[in-house]
Design a protein around this ligand. Structure first.
Ligand code: ADP
Ligand code: TRP
Length: 321
């Protein structure tokens, strides 16, 4: 009998609880969590609450956002029976491993991070946590030997950093970390926000994933359109997420130049897509205790794996006698 040693394929990803998830988060990353959950041996999806601390420093808001995000994860279709759902802050090995990585990564290397360069270009003095962001993210991923990490395009560099950090550690202390692959849907360009910039919680230009019909209509009306040309590109770019180009062609032909009409149709399509998830979310939100229990279970499973890995790391570092 041929015995094959098959490596476990483990998918892992996370989102910060820094505000309501939006359709950019969904199409860029969260949808892939759901679509791929049955393709891997193990799936870990977490709430990057310690990363969110860089921008959110308010106790009540943090608590609410964490609770909201776990409900969101369930509402988009993550199956808590097969997916380990947990909070980053409850597994102290994440920050511990980040410290270890701090000691092998050079300042000059981290200064190449887009987020840091943007801040530098704007002349703003960022906090150390923002500078170190990619290191904590590398720890999030490497701690669990994740093989696949679905993220939006803007996270590509962070995944490259993660691989570099793994290689560097492996070179110094011996091979113990698995190099992860990023899973990026190239066809989903960075989803534009209402103002045409990248849709982002930090720009206040989003259409929340669980927005009400009224909210969707109000927000879609706010999409900034170029007044020249037949086709409002910002409207079209969002529309493409909900209908195929073939379906859209006759609509954009019929309503050429009629931006108001096109926005009305977009709002309808967004709502038709969101409505079932919104209803599921309302159901799940009724059982807060059940939802917290899911996070407790997830923490127990993640904890065990993370601790075992950290023990191995400490041994390699030479701090175990
Ligand atoms: P935000 O920029 O709104 O704070 P996050 O940084 O929490 O979003 O991103 C969560 C996930 O969603 C990441 O994988 C990120 O790449 C993806 N993402 C965020 N904004 C967009 C966007 N406008 N288009 C596509 N993907 C996005
Ligand atoms: N940086 C990611 C974002 O902004 C969130 C994140 C933190 C993450 N740690 C991660 C994503 C580990 C994937 C894997 O969206």
């Amino acid at each position: 009998m041929l015995l094959l040693l098959v490596m476990k394929e483990r998918m892992l990803s996370g989102v910060k609880p820094s505000g309501r998830p939006h359709i950019g988060n969904y199409f860029g990353a969260m949808r892939q969590f759901v679509e791929l959950q049955s393709e891997y041996d193990e799936v870990f999806i977490f709430i990057a609450d310690y990363h969110a601390l860089n921008t959110l420093q308010n106790r009540e808001e943090m608590r609410q956002n964490i609770l909201d995000l776990i409900i969101d994860y369930l509402a988009i279709g993550l199956d808590s029976k097969n997916v380990v759902l947990y909070q980053q802050s409850r597994i102290s090995a994440h920050t511990e491993l980040a410290w270890v990585f701090d000691t092998i990564v050079q300042m000059g290397y981290l200064k190449r991070a887009h987020a840091y360069k943007d801040a530098e270009a704007k002349g703003v003095d960022i906090n150390v946590g923002t500078f170190n962001y990619p290191i904590l993210m590398a720890a999030d991923i490497l701690l669990y030997d994740a093989t696949a990490v679905p993220v939006g395009k803007d996270q590509k560099q962070h995944l490259e950093f993660t691989r570099d950090i793994a290689e560097k550690f492996n070179k110094i202390y011996g091979d113990i970390f698995t190099l992860p692959e990023s899973i990026i849907v190239e066809s989903v360009e960075t989803v534009p926000g209402l103002d045409g910039r990248k849709m982002s919680k930090s720009y206040d230009n989003t259409i929340p994933l669980f927005a009400s019909r009224e909210e969707i209509e109000r927000l879609v009306k706010k999409i900034v359109t170029d007044s020249s040309g037949d086709r409002p590109e910002n409207v079209y770019a969002l529309h493409k997420l909900f209908k195929s180009e073939e379906e859209l062609a006759p609509i954009y032909e019929e309503y050429k130049g009629k931006y108001g009409e096109l926005k009305r149709i977009l709002a309808e399509d967004v709502d038709a897509f969101i409505a079932p998830m919104r209803e599921r979310r309302a159901e799940i939100a009724k059982d807060v205790e059940g939802v917290k229990e899911i996070l407790d279970n997830g923490a127990n499973i993640a904890h065990e794996l993370a601790d075992a890995k950290m023990q191995l790391v400490r041994d390699r570092l030479g701090v175990v006698l």
